[in-house]
Design a binder for this molecule. Structure first.
Ligand SMILES: Cc1ncc(COP(=O)(O)O)c(C=O)c1O
Length: 378
């Protein structure tokens, strides 16, 4: 079967997931073809309604998470000269979206234990030009939204949640995307909830934002084909992806449970090792989009990854570089505050394979291989 090469364990499992859903996916594709409606039909509407109901907001499907972020920044009127605070540990799209609007990304540090944006660092970075903050729910764990929301309200800042890695996560029972003004999801095939290639979703707290979000993602149109009210993007989601994502939305809670079971299995197995395992934060259960293991130093992390690679187990670094260290940031006006924790933690990280499709036997092989490298020999 496709990417399942005997004896190897992949770092990412979406090929196996889509393969497992093949019959259902083919049925959905066939239905869309039979209907002959590829955009703006009943499947995208249903996905938007159900996602909005489940996650507490008003949803608009997009072509990617990047598009969702760009649209959110524009919809909130953020533009030239405005500053937007975000963590240094994120995917580049968070910063690119802000830069695309002519605004200035301001990078702040993360909390060492949770790897989510440090609210104290956000407070210290606020200036009279600050317009918004983008907490990123990294690796499937929500940022401390109580602290961020309170801080934002105190300084009259907008809050855009980057939920790309955290569909289905919660903070004190509140779903990712429902606490900020707008939540932005990625539904890239490899995310916890994904379509067949790229996709995304905007979740607005206020229904009043919906018409603008729709226009911005449909070339400025308002339902009428040949009238463009503003310079929008070609940013909508198609019917096939909407159908596949809608189908997976019902499977997501069980998939998250399975991720948590596997994470427990790893954590139990690693208690005696010199590693820090990812875990829940108070009121914020982890959904383990990634399983970042923190090693004592960068050399040990690199050596572990090499050792696992030799035994056929693929690992990832997610991410090897802080965003302000990316070459593209040389072209972007930005500001970086003290990001000591981010720079310390990233090179000491190895993300182990973890997905609902990982079998217990494969997880045990990973555990054995980690032990084989880290358990001291007596
Ligand atoms: C934190 C974060 N933000 C934004 C994105 C962008 O999403 P997409 O790849 O769907 O454009 C991603 C995913 O790649 C992400 O992980």
């Amino acid at each position: 079967m496709n990417t399942l090469t005997a004896g190897t364990i992949a770092g990412e499992f979406h090929a196996r997931r889509v393969y497992g859903l093949k019959r259902e996916v083919l049925r959905l594709v066939e239905e869309v073809i039979d209907d002959g409606v590829f955009h703006g039909g009943r499947r995208i509407r249903e996905l938007e309604v159900v996602a909005g109901e489940r996650w507490g907001g008003h949803a608009v499907g997009t072509s990617s998470g990047t598009m969702a972020l760009e649209t959110a920044v524009r919809a909130l009127g953020i533009g030239a000269g405005d500053e937007v605070i975000m963590p240094a540990l994120t995917f580049v799209s968070t910063a690119f979206a802000v830069a695309a609007a002519g605004a200035v990304p301001v990078f702040v540090d993360i909390d060492a234990r949770t790897r989510t944006i440090d609210p104290t660092a956000v407070a210290a970075a606020v200036t009279p030009r600050t317009r918004a903050v983008i907490p990123v729910h990294i690796h499937g764990l929500m940022a401390d939204m109580t602290a961020i929301r309170a801080l934002a309200d105190r300084h009259a800042l907008a809050v855009i949640e980057d939920c790309a890695q955290a569909a289905g996560a919660t903070d004190r029972g509140r779903p990712a995307g429902s606490v900020g003004d707008i939540g932005c999801f990625s539904m890239w095939v490899g995310k916890n909830l994904g379509g067949l290639a790229d996709g995304g979703l905007l979740l607005a707290r206020e229904a009043a934002l919906l018409p603008l979000l729709r226009k911005l993602t449909d070339l400025g149109r308002d339902g009428e084909r040949n009238t463009h009210h503003l310079r929008g993007s070609r940013g909508r989601m198609g019917e096939i992806d909407a159908a596949v994502i809608r189908h997976q939305l019902d499977l997501l809670p069980d998939w998250i449970d399975r991720r948590r079971t596997l994470a427990d299995r790893y954590a139990d197995a690693f208690t005696a090792l010199p590693v820090v395992t990812p875990t829940d934060a108070p009121g914020r259960p982890h959904t383990y989009y990634k399983y970042p293991l923190t090693l004592p130093d960068p050399a040990t992390a690199t050596a572990l990854a090499t050792h696992l690679g030799r035994t056929g187990i693929t690992t990832e670094q997610v991410y090897p570089h802080a965003v302000p260290d990316q070459p593209a940031l040389r072209e972007i006006i930005h500001r970086t505050t003290d990001i000591t924790v981010t720079l310390d933690v990233l090179p000491r990280t190895v993300c182990l394979p973890l997905a609902p499709e990982l079998t217990d036997a494969e997880a045990d092989r990973v555990i054995e291989a980690v032990h084989g490298f880290l358990t001291p020999r007596v």
